[in-house]
Design a protein around this ligand. Structure first.
Ligand SMILES: NC(=O)c1ccc[n+]([C@@H]2O[C@H](COP(=O)([O-])OP(=O)(O)OC[C@H]3O[C@@H](n4cnc5c(N)ncnc54)[C@H](O)[C@@H]3O)[C@@H](O)[C@H]2O)c1
Length: 427
């Protein structure tokens, strides 16, 4: 039985903590630290916590002697390192959300604190736990495509997701949230590249991209400033907040309506009033925000053994999608996470043939979750693995200890610098 305290009771941490409800014999939540009284109350009710087990901040908790084995840290990006280092020093093992740091200096500080205290820090790279990516890893390790030559990955962030999290949402300005579009959205994909490379170090990075479409110059002619207040073309606009959020009331609820979620009033009237409040970023024209994160970015990485990886990130696509294509000396693996399916190909030298290929659907291997259900089941599997690790279990094939996550994060930080400074960055 492992005991844990939630630090930052947002939707991410609460999701992992739910493992305690499903497996009360393995995990017990024994506290919550969050400045929001509503979030504390929500956690207290769900996990049966007493007022003495509820803390107003990570600092308040850290000031006390150790209260549990571990921490589930689901605070926002800027708070990850400042809250985690004192918790490690207090003796807790920590499950930490990604991006686990917002700068290379923070990466180094956290690495040093983990080494100094000897505590475990595991990063929430949930895709490593999705059966689709695990099966690819298993096949790479088994040598089914020989030695990797190139890795190509892409993430297409849909129009509604990009609007909600990036153009209008919590990650729309790097100076406010601490993270670039690449780091907040794709540190998972960069982590997968390093995972498939199994410890081979990245040596140099180039990157191109920026913010080019969701800018004031591209606003449609005659558009207003606020969709529901003054926009004459709102009914025809795919980014109208009415189309995005009132016509699809279940979409991104935890991002768009956190106050309403806490008050319990998610009626269409309450939502409409919020979208008509000019102070609410979700009331504003997507082309007339003060956003400054990119809407596209391509990254090229060379590894020490000559393997080359590329990752393309696009915001505002019609379909959400993560693609991967691993090309090796003896074959290739190609698939779309959202289809829960990949193809393995080999050379076929028989007369009249060219390629031998087999399509693998994860459902046929027993995975019925697909890309849904919390990153293809990754969220739940990760929580289970963290509990086992804290309990003394051996790390699984997917386990993302801090030390394994560093190269992926460094690729992201260097790629952002390479894009900004128009140059190749050597590690
Ligand atoms: N692993 C993934 O795939 C994935 C997906 C989405 C988001 N994330 C990451 O998860 C993190 C949390 O995202 P979220 O949407 O759940 O955020 P959130 O805003 O819902 O939750 C953060 C919580 O931290 C609390 N908080 C603020 N200051 C605090 C302090 N000093 N001590 C304790 N708590 C404090 C806030 O009140 C809030 O309840 C972010 O870093 C985000 O990038 C990860």
């Amino acid at each position: 039985m492992v005991t844990a305290i939630i630090v930052g009771a947002g939707h991410r941490a609460m999701g992992y903590a739910n493992y305690a409800l499903e497996h009360p014999e393995k995990l017990r939540i024994v506290g919550v630290a969050d400045p929001s009284p509503e979030r504390r109350a929500m956690a207290a009710e769900r996990f049966g916590l007493t007022p003495e087990q509820c803390f107003a901040s990570a600092d308040e908790l850290t000031a006390l002697p150790k209260q549990a084995d571990a921490i589930i840290n689901g605070t926002m990006d800027r708070q990850h390192v400042p809250t985690t280092i004192p918790l490690l020093e207090r003796g807790y093992d920590v499950l930490l959300e990604k991006p686990f740091a917002i700068s290379i200096e923070e990466v180094k500080a956290l690495e040093a604190a983990a080494a100094r205290t000897g505590r475990k820090v595991m990063i929430c790279h949930v895709l490593r736990y999705a059966p689709f990516y695990v099966e690819l890893k298993r096949r790479v390790l088994a040598g089914e495509i020989g030695k990797l030559v190139t890795l190509e990955t892409a993430e297409h962030v849909s129009y509604h997701h990009y609007s909600t999290a990036f153009a209008r949402g919590k990650w729309h300005r790097e100076d406010q949230c601490g993270s670039s579009f690449l780091m907040s959205k794709c540190c998972h994909d960069l982590d997968l590249l390093t995972w498939y490379m199994s410890g081979v170090a990245p040596v140099r990075v180039a990157s191109f991209g920026g913010l080019h479409y969701f800018t004031r110059e591209n606003a449609p002619a005659d558009s207003g400033e606020h969709c529901l207040l003054d926009c004459p073309i709102e009914e025809k606009c795919p980014y109208s907040v009415r189309q995005l959020y009132l016509n699809h009331p279940d979409r991104w609820v935890f991002y768009v309506w956190p106050e309403l979620e806490e008050s319990g009033d998610l009626s269409i009237e309450a939502k409409t009033a919020r979208l008509k409040d000019p102070a609410n970023p979700y009331s504003r024209c997507i082309w007339k925000m003060d956003n400054n994160v990119a809407d596209r970015q391509s990254v090229v990485v060379e590894f020490a053994d000559g393997t080359v990886a590329t990752h393309n990130l696009v915001g505002g696509t019609s379909r959400p999608m993560r693609k991967i294509h691993l090309l090796g000396t003896e074959g290739e693996l190609e698939g779309v996470f959202d289809d829960n399916e990949f193809t393995i190909r080999h050379i076929d030298t028989r007369p009249g043939h060219e390629t031998r290929e087999e399509r693998i659907n994860l459902a046929d291997l027993g995975d019925t979750t697909g890309a849904f259900g919390g990153h293809g089941g990754g969220d739940g599997n990760l929580a289970a693995d963290f509990v086992s690790l804290v309990d003394g279990g051996a790390p699984s094939i997917s386990c993302t200890m801090l030390s394994d996550s560093i190269n992926g994060h460094l690729i992201g930080f260097y790629a952002d610098r390479a894009m900004r400074e128009h140059r190749v960055i050597e590690f």
